[in-house]
Write a protein that binds this ligand. Structure first.
Ligand code: R5P
Length: 319
């Protein structure tokens, strides 16, 4: 059996490429201990000694197998804990169920709280996420939860675009804090906020009713945490286009692109959508000319270095 190094990286089947890219940056190896039994149950066998090691499990709980990837993650945590790992950090670049973060109507679960508590129960000592849907979810557990921001990777790309007369747009009121944070770090002429109403009785249905701010003849960059079915984004794009914007761009940490999101984006007047690789991109995402993918591997590897050395994360990585 191979000897354990001071820290060990593990991945499951959700986004092994991202984990490998992180490992390359750290000049180390990543192990994927996940296979399946004949009846499809998840089987974990870690091929390296973990005794007293710091273990980092890098795995988004994302489509196309949100629940399966979650079970893989839980079982990797359990295996690492029973193998006497010193500390287990679960790096979840896209945290599935995060939008179900409150009891917003009767007889619904707070799913994200259940998921987070399961991670803690299984033995995780720390959670690391990127652009978590709402920061206060960190309070669902007693262990430290470091939420990083994809802006670390996205802002250098936005700056390279050198967009003239730029207005930063929040596609709904929940995105105002994020859009404001970008507006402080990118050269721009102001903010616009789209007023969105969600149909609480049907999933992924919303309408863009109005906007605050002036976008006439401006370049507009919409910032969101995620693009799921694409309704929020494309409704905002249509409204901003109606109000006379010169060109419209979009940026989001997580590209889920469910349902007909890609078709909606292709038909929209959007110039380009910039996302990251927190979720493994499907072939049709990789091949879509309007979509550009920036890696968060540098962000995750820097966070891992800082967790190992005890250096501050907020000082350099929370942008
Ligand atoms: C909403 O609160 C989120 O920040 C996203 O705007 C939303 O979840 C995106 O979903 P969709 O693309 O389905 O509108």
């Amino acid at each position: 059996m191979a000897q354990a190094s001071p820290y060990i990286l593990l991945t499951g089947t959700a986004n092994p490429k991202l984990a490998e890219d992180v490992a390359k940056k750290l000049k180390t190896k990543v192990y994927n201990p996940v296979t399946r039994f004949a009846d499809s149950e998840v089987r974990i066998r870690i091929p390296v000694n973990l005794r007293r090691a710091s273990v980092f499990i890098i795995q988004p709980t994302s489509p196309p197998n949100v629940d399966g990837y979650f079970i893989e993650t839980l079982l990797m945590i359990d295996a690492a804990r029973r193998a006497s790992a010193h500390e287990i950090t679960v790096v979840i670049p896209y945290f599935g169920y995060a939008r179900q973060d409150r009891k917003d109507r009767p007889r619904v679960p707070i799913s994200s709280s259940v998921i987070a508590r399961c991670l803690e129960f299984a033995g995780a000592n720390r959670i690391v996420t990127i652009d978590l849907h709402s920061d206060q979810q960190q309070g669902f557990v007693q262990i430290p939860w470091d939420n990083l921001y994809a802006s670390y990777s996205l802002i250098p790309k936005i700056n390279l675009l050198r967009l003239k007369n730029l207005i930063i747009a929040a596609p709904d009121k929940g995105g105002v804090v994020r859009a404001t944070a970008y507006s402080k770090r990118v050269k721009n002429e102001g903010l616009t906020i789209v007023y969105k109403e969600r149909d609480v009785d049907s999933a992924n249905k919303s309408e863009a009713l109005d906007l605050i701010g002036n976008v006439k003849d401006k370049s507009v960059l919409i910032i969101d945490d995620m693009i799921d079915a694409g309704g929020t984004l494309c409704n905002a794009v249509n409204l901003i286009a109606q109000r006379g914007a010169k060109e419209i761009w979009a940026c989001a940490a997580h590209g889920l692109f469910s349902a007909d999101a890609l078709e909606k984006i292709s038909k929209s007047p959007l110039k380009k959508v910039i996302i990251t690789d927190t979720i493994k991109p499907r072939d049709e995402v990789l091949n879509n000319k309007k979509i550009e993918i920036i890696s968060v591997a540098p962000l995750i590897s820097e966070a891992i270095k800082r967790i190992i050395s005890g250096a501050s994360i907020s000082e350099k990585l929370i942008l």
